[in-house]
Design a protein around this ligand. Structure first.
Ligand code: ASP
Ligand code: MG
Length: 448
């Protein structure tokens, strides 16, 4: 562990405009341990950039998205005067953006280049805001240190290469400066820009923290921590003060949108604690995610993830044969598809995939479906929501009549339970899922 270095990450809403940036800068100003700052693109920018990567839109739509990206920067710039070093880099980056936006039919590599502009631009502006508060801040291009493979759209970090580069290029600057860098983006071994997947800035912050052996990662967002469920859905949802790495990983994976699911990986590998709080209310507390094992059994949260695909694969000729599942998962893995829930029978397997709108690439490519169809009958169902109960020692026991009774009220399409004591997951129709979550929260989490 490297002394007491803290890596702070500020999400899109926290750097949405000048005032939001100023609040974040104050947080850094007030905490001398924060030496590395990873910023997201200003809110809305990445969605516009995703649109620009897609073929088939009209020229006027494309121009609108370009203008919208520029307007967000201009709004912030109107309240700032950039130092020469930042002004030059900013202009050059903006020009590169305009040039690429003028092109159609981008390659996968160019799509990632396009998606990178949000973070690249916001980091120039944020550095200046920090300087304005008297903080000695330097902007740093994270692509020099955050090394990944070449899986554009969802690149996999190279932990060793990242550590080596960060030790050589990033650590020395921290002695004198607070470094402002970009979340979400990295570069492959050819130096080409890559991205870690939507919402990946949290993951970047944890990866950087691991690479420089920081003591903790502070994720500043627009909510005061991770809640027992989405507070917009249940007024009685409460923030959770402490979570174990396991519980936090389950929550992030199954839909608590506060944290990118992969964030917990580097943190738990390196024993780095993660704090989640609101940059609007930095003193209002938040959630600490730590190594310490929580033994308290019980359900701590209910999450939902909409837009799930249920893929059912049936292969009658596999009756009493072996290798069916291996073949299915081999194909899915060759398309880098991440499967969430799985249930199986002798000749069929049902599995769920996340089909998030705004993802930088579709989860299930037609080519993959074609390959699967060669040896099994494939059915794809949409409009499903994955509901997850998260906690410790969750068990469906006959004496737990409360849990059984609540579940019995719903039409459950598929249920997964038993592989982990930290979750119980099931699929319901999307149009019912809000009320399912509300009922579960009311009956299982609001009891004193
Ligand atoms: N800007 C990226 C996104 O919107 C990454 C992030 O904010 O975490 O997905
Ligand atoms: Mg986020």
């Amino acid at each position: 562990m490297n002394s007491n270095i803290v890596v702070a990450k500020f999400g899109g809403t926290s750097v949405a405009d000048f005032d939001a940036m100023l609040r974040c800068a104050q947080i850094i100003h007030d905490d001398n341990n924060v030496r590395v700052v990873a910023v997201s693109a200003s809110a809305g920018v990445t969605n516009h950039l995703v649109n620009l990567t897609q073929a088939g839109h009209s020229e006027s739509d494309r121009q609108q998205w370009v203008d919208a990206v520029i307007a967000i920067q201009d709004n912030i710039l109107a309240k700032l005067s950039l130092d020469a070093d930042l002004a030059q880099g900013f202009e050059q980056t903006l020009n590169e953006f305009k040039q690429l936006a003028a092109m159609h039919a981008l390659s996968k590599q160019q799509c990632d280049e396009m998606l990178s502009f949000g973070e690249r631009l916001s980091s120039f502006l944020f550095t200046q805001v920090l300087r304005q508060l008297g903080v000695k801040a330097e902007r740093f291009d994270v692509r020099k240190v955050l090394k990944t493979n070449s899986s554009f759209g969802k690149a996999v970090p190279d932990i060793l290469a990242t550590r080596e580069a960060a030790t050589e290029l990033l650590l020395p600057i921290l002695e004198e400066h607070v470094v402002v860098t970009q979340g979400f983006i990295g570069s492959d071994s050819f130096g080409q820009t890559t991205t870690l997947g939507r919402g990946g800035s949290d993951y970047s912050a944890a990866l950087l923290a691991e690479a420089i052996s920081a003591v903790s990662v502070h994720i500043w967002t627009d909510v005061v921590g991770i809640f027992s469920t989405d507070p917009r859905l249940c007024a009685k949802a409460t923030p959770i003060a402490r979570l174990s790495f396991d519980e936090a990983a389950e929550m992030a994976t199954f839909g608590a949108k506060v944290l990118h699911p992969a964030t917990i990986l580097p943190a738990s590998r390196a024993g780095i604690s993660v704090f989640v709080g609101s940059s609007r209310e930095p003193h209002a507390g938040g959630t600490w995610i730590e190594k310490e094992k929580r033994n308290e059994p019980g359900i701590r949260a209910v999450t939902q993830r909409k837009n799930q695909l249920l893929l059912t694969l049936k292969s009658p000729e596999m009756l009493l044969a072996s290798g069916f599942l291996a073949r299915v998962f081999g194909i899915l893995s060759s398309y880098n598809i991440s499967v969430d829930l799985v249930t199986t029978s002798e000749i069929s397997v049902a599995l769920t995939l996340d089909n998030a709108p705004n993802a930088s690439r579709p989860e299930l490519e037609q080519a993959c479906l074609d390959e699967l169809s060669q040896f099994c009958h494939v059915t794809v169902e949409n409009n499903l929501t994955l509901v997850a109960l998260i906690g410790s020692e969750i068990q469906l026991r006959h004496d737990d009549s409360n849990l059984m009774r609540v579940l019995s009220d719903f039409n459950i399409r598929l249920i997964c339970h038993g592989a982990s004591k930290h979750n119980l997951c099931f699929l319901v129709e999307q149009n019912q899922s809000d009320s399912v979550v509300q009922a579960i929260h009311e009956h299982l989490l609001e009891v004193a």
